[in-house]
Design a protein around this ligand. Sequence first.
Ligand code: PHE
Length: 346
Amino acid sequence: MSLQTELQTLRDQAMTQIDGAQTLNELNDVRVKVLGKKGSLTEILRGMKDLSADERPVVGAMANDVRNELTDQIANKQTELETATLNEQLKSEQIDVTLPGQPAIQGQPHVLQQIIESLEDQFMGMGYQIVEGPEVEQDKYNFEMMNLPKDHPARDMQDTFYISNELLMRTQTSPVQARTLEQHDFSKGPLKMISPGRVYRRDTDDATHSHQFHQVEGLVVDKHITMGDLKGTLLAVAHQLFGEDHDIRLRPSYFPFTEPSVEVDVSWNPVMPDTKPEDIDWIEVLGAGMVHPNVLEKAGVDSSVYGGFAFGLGPDRFAMLKYGVEDIRNFYLNDVRFLTQFDQKG
Ligand code: PHE
């Protein structure tokens, strides 16, 4: 068989194989088999060395034509196969715009955070600044500067987690009083602050006790602050959180850092002008009092000139009363079925 005939046959066979390729892989196999280094076209061209000088350019030109033709054909087929694959893919990935969407679940602030934020709003409106203090606190601020020296019996009520003899998880937000008093420049005006945050106690957890809970500390220090200011402020807080028809009651109590000290109750039921005192249910919600002179003096404030009131309220307690939550541990379990009940969006 002459080389021309062989080339012709090779061309025809290759054309058929290219046309018949079903996939890009198959097409590539054909290309390698025909045009590759060890392919059949190269094989045929090796025979050219035996041709006469006249024949060689003729066969050479023909071989070139065949190579170009096959290369073009392979390129066309490749485009065709790629388009088909893409169409196939587009078809299978088609989006059904009529399907219902997946609703995006939006979170909301934790119920305790909601209470804290509403208190922050209210106090900022009354000109208070919001101050934060560390949860890992020094004995000095948590106790000593709050008029609880080492071995003070009142320390018993606030046992906590100690990191070292001098470092502990704060048992109350009251140390922020001492920290703020120390820093405050009274020549620039009175000190009015609240400090929300987490506190810790060595308590056995049950429905009404948690080893971790929240407090919002309040402190006002200026000249001529009276207990009437304290009562008015706390009444405004009770009205804001529980409604205008709720009243408060102050009972004498004891805290080392206030003198006199009070415990404050909020009426559980609305109080109308004709409600008899014996028909009111009172619930204790916070501790308060007039800042003890020792607390002022320890922080370098002249107690013969300045005085004030302080209070510490528990948002956990507030939330339990406001929403009828029976177990304080619910606030700390992160169960969305519980938490989503307090969705502000309603
Ligand atoms: N720190 C007190 C407590 O945790 C509450 C309190 C704060 C009382 C400020 C009086 C004044 O029990």
